[in-house]
Design a protein around this ligand. Structure first.
Ligand code: 9WN
Length: 442
C-alpha cells in the first residue's frame, strides 16, 4: 500500500506543488497541501517543505492563505475558476502573487504539517530543513494572526467562516444559514464537477451551488475586506471545527518555537490564541448532547447537529478531563462510531441518526480519511492510544479493501466515493503506515 500511496502523490505531482486530485481538483488547495506535505515528508522532507512554501508564496498581504491557488493555469478545467473571484482586481492584498487565488480560506492544518516534517527530518538534513522552517515560520504566525484578528474581531477564541467552501462544503451545519439566503440564479453557469464524477448524488446540489456562487459575488462586492464582510455578509458562522484545528495548530507552532527561533512576542501571541481557543470551545460544549455547537453570528443561534465537528474539543486536544471522557463516550455511541450498520468503526462526517444524513453525499454522511487522521492524531496526543490505534487500523483497512485512495467512503458499505487518487488520502495513508498503532505521532 505504501508504494501505491506514493504513486498517487507522484502521479499528482506538478514538481513544486501537488494537485488535490488528478481531474476533479487540478490546482493547489490549502488544507489539502498541508496533508499532502505530511505524505511527502515520508518520501522526501525537502519536497514536503516545497509544497508548503509554494502555498505560502500565495499568501495575501492580510496574512490569509487562500483556499485555492490556481496554479494549474488558465486552460485547466475547474469551476468556478479565478474569474469568479477576481481577487487581484478588487483588493491590493491579493496582488503580486505567483498565481490567481480564491478570496476565502480553509482550516489551518499547515502548522501540524510543519511539525510533522520536522519530526521526520533525518539528522543529515536538519540544518537545511531548520533554515527553511525558520524562513516559513513567520508567515505561518502571520496566517494565524489573521485568523485570530480578521476572522475573530470579537476576540472570542472562535474563527468565523464566510463560506461553506472554507472546508466542509455541503455539511448540514450550513443548511439553515443557506436557507435564509434567497437568491436568483447568480448568472448562467455550468458545473463540471458533476459530469467529471458521473454521479451527481455524491456532490452538492445545484441549490447549494446557487448559494455558494452568490456568496462569492457578495464577498467580491465587499472587496474581501474583513471589516466590510463582518458588517454586511449574510453568512458568518463561528465554526467549532475550524476553531479546533486552529487551537491544535497554535500548539504545533509552539512546539516548533525553539527550532524556528520564535520571538518572545510570537510565543506570547500563540499561547494567548491557544488558551483563548480552548476556553471558547470548552464554553461551546453542551453536556446534554456531549457535543460542541457552531454558532450563527447573524441570528445569534447555536447550530445543534450531530456531525464530526461536534468533537471539536477532541480535535483541539481539550485539557478538560470531564469533556474528554464525555466526548469519548459520545464518539462510540450509537449516533456515531457505535452505529452497528457501519462498515468500519470510523467517524462519519454526519451522524447516521441525523435526518440530513446521506450515505453517499459528500460531507452529509461519508467517512473522510483526513478527518479521521486529525482525530487519530489528537487521540494519540491525548493519551488514548487504543482508540487511536483503532482509527488507524480501520482507516487503512477501509482503503485496502478496495485499493482506492478515495476522497470519501460510504460509511455503511465502505464503497469509495468522490475522486479516486485523492492526494490527501494517499498522504495520510503514508503517515499511518509509518507508525505502529500505539506510537505517538508527536
Ligand atoms: C471546493 C479539494 C477540496 C477540499 C474540500 C472539499 C472539496 C472543493 C469542491 O475539495 O471542495 O473547495 O470543488 O468541492 O470539500 O475540503 O479541500 O480536495
Amino acid at each position: 500500500m505504501r508504494d501505491q500511496a506514493a504513486a498517487v502523490l507522484h502521479g499528482n505531482d506538478e514538481g513544486t506543488w501537488t494537485k488535490a486530485s488528478p481531474h476533479l481538483y487540478p490546482h493547489q488547495w490549502s488544507w489539502d497541501s498541508a496533508f499532502i506535505a505530511i505524505g511527502w515528508a515520508h518520501l522526501d522532507v525537502g519536497r514536503a517543505m516545497t509544497e508548503l512554501e509554494q502555498l505560502f508564496a500565495a499568501q495575501w498581504a492580510t496574512g490569509m492563505v487562500p483556499h485555492i491557488v490556481f496554479r494549474g493555469g488558465p486552460g485547466v478545467p475547474y469551476f468556478p475558476g479565478p474569474e469568479w473571484w477576481d481577487c487581484a482586481s478588487v483588493t491590493p492584498a491579493a496582488r503580486g502573487l505567483p498565481a490567481p487565488t480564491t478570496g476565502i480560506c480553509q482550516p489551518p492544518v499547515h502548522a501540524l504539517a510543519l511539525r510533522r516534517i520536522w519530526q521526520l527530518t533525518p539528522s543529515p538534513r536538519r540544518p537545511e530543513i531548520r533554515a527553511r522552517i525558520q524562513a516559513l515560520y513567520p508567515r505561518m504566525v502571520s496566517w494565524h494572526r489573521y485568523l485570530a484578528t480578521g476572522r475573530d474581531p470579537e476576540a472570542s477564541g472562535m474563527v468565523t467562516t464566510y463560506h461553506p467552501w472554507e472546508g466542509t462544503d455541503n455539511s448540514p451545519r450550513w443548511d439553515r444559514a443557506l436557507e435564509r439566503i434567497k437568491v436568483a440564479k447568480p448568472g448562467p453557469y455550468t458545473r463540471i464537477d458533476t459530469s467529471e464524477l458521473g454521479d451527481p448524488s455524491q456532490r452538492p446540489t445545484n441549490w447549494d451551488y446557487d448559494r455558494f456562487l452568490w456568496l462569492v459575488e457578495q464577498l467580491r462586492k465587499f472587496r474581501y475586506d474583513d471589516v466590510l464582510i463582518y458588517r454586511h455578509h449574510r453568512f458568518l458562522i463561528k465554526d467549532v471545527f475550524f476553531s479546533a484545528v486552529f487551537a491544535a495548530a497554535n500548539a504545533a507552532l509552539l512546539d516548533l518555537a525553539d527550532a524556528a527561533g520564535a520571538s518572545d512576542g510570537d510565543r506570547g501571541d500563540l499561547t494567548g490564541w491557544l488558551d483563548r481557543g480552548r476556553a471558547a470551545l470548552a464554553h461551546r460544549f453542551e453536556a446534554k448532547s456531549g457535543l460542541c455547537a457552531d454558532y450563527d453570528v447573524r441570528t445569534g443561534e447555536p447550530i445543534r447537529l450531530r456531525t464530526f465537528a461536534g468533537f471539536a474539543p477532541l480535535f483541539a486536544r481539550t485539557a478538560d478531563a470531564g469533556q474528554l471522557a464525555a466526548q469519548l463516550r459520545r464518539l462510540d455511541s450509537p449516533d456515531f462510531c457505535g452505529d452497528p450498520r457501519l462498515r468500519w468503526r470510523l467517524l462519519p462526517s454526519t451522524s447516521p441518526a441525523e435526518p440530513a444524513f446521506e450515505a453517499h453525499d459528500y460531507w452529509r454522511g461519508p467517512v473522510w480519511p483526513v478527518i479521521n487522521w486529525l482525530l487519530w492524531q489528537s487521540l494519540t496526543q491525548l493519551g488514548c492510544p487504543a482508540r487511536a490505534a483503532g482509527l488507524r487500523r480501520d482507516s487503512l483497512a477501509e482503503i485496502a479493501e478496495t485499493g482506492v485512495f478515495a476522497e470519501y467512503f460510504d460509511p455503511f458499505t465502505g464503497k469509495p466515493l468522490g475522486s479516486p487518487q485523492q492526494s490527501w488520502t494517499a498522504a495520510v495513508a503514508l503517515d499511518w503506515l509509518s507508525v505502529s498503532g500505539a506510537r505517538s505521532p508527536g
